[in-house]
Design a protein around this ligand. Structure first.
Ligand code: ATP
Length: 219
């Protein structure tokens, strides 16, 4: 469903990744690993842009969440599916939410541990709560593919594992960047290591040794 063949990913004339051979097949759960600044977000964002051209059923959890701080949790989560309705319905629902939409969003909020938060303004939330709101928006959007850039980095360890499991259950294909190696091993069918501007391994999780991962993070 997605293929890069020997490509370079750059911002203007600043090349971040060279010789990128990377693909994503339906049903895979792929996790990108690498030090801060290695280029994980760059590959995720390029993957999202390319996939979105052919797969409208794709949900995204961006690193900076992409929430509208002045609006409520309900509104931010609802916005994940704006394209499911016409403009007038959306406008009416944003001004005076329909009870059915309130119920649907409330159920997603319960899933991410934000039950009862629907009327709170996003700007009044903690970092972890904002991140859960971004996860709720992606879950509400649904679809076959999820791309998430450190989607549980601000959530404590136990809840992070539960949330990542939830994503793996809800989406057929998952592409994530995670800094928690344990969590990456738990969820991934394939691990991709990035270092010094290149993909240095791209293997089924069971074939990646602790030494391979250690090498990614050494100074
Ligand atoms: N919009 C941008 N314009 C120019 N350079 C950028 C931009 N975004 C990222 N970079 C640069 O690209 C490189 C890779 O950044 P990227 O965000 O992909 O790394 P990362 O592995 O996701 O890091 P982190 O784990 O800290 O999020 C860095 O050197 C960064 O400074």
């Amino acid at each position: 469903m997605l293929q890069f063949s020997g490509e370079a990913l750059a911002y203007g004339d600043h090349t971040v990744l060279s010789g990128v051979d990377f693909n994503l097949r339906p049903g895979e759960r792929v996790v990108l690993l690498g030090r801060s600044g290695a280029g994980k977000s760059t590959l995720l964002n390029a993957s999202y842009r390319r996939l979105a051209e052919t797969h409208p059923d794709i949900a995204l959890v961006p690193q900076e969440h992409g929430l509208v701080p002045q609006l409520s949790v309900f509104h931010n989560v609802y916005m994940g599916r704006l394209d499911a309705h016409g403009a007038l319905y959306n406008l009416a629902n944003l001004v005076w939410p329909f009870p059915a939409q309130r119920r649907t969003v409330a159920s997603v909020l319960e899933t991410v541990g934000l039950a009862g938060f629907d009327r709170k303004a996003v700007e009044s939330l903690s970092g972890g709560q904002k991140q859960r709101t971004a996860l709720a928006r992606a879950i509400h959007r649904g679809g076959r593919v999820l791309i998430g850039d450190e989607p549980v980095s601000a959530v404590d360890e136990r809840h992070a594992a539960a949330l990542v499991d939830e994503l793996a259950t809800r989406f057929e294909t998952v592409l994530l960047a995670l800094h928690d190696v344990g969590l990456a091993r738990r969820v991934a069918t394939r691990l991709v290591g990035i270092r010094a501007g290149r993909i240095v391994f791209d293997l089924p999780s069971a074939e990646v040794s602790d030494g391979d991962i250690h090498d990614l993070y050494r100074a």
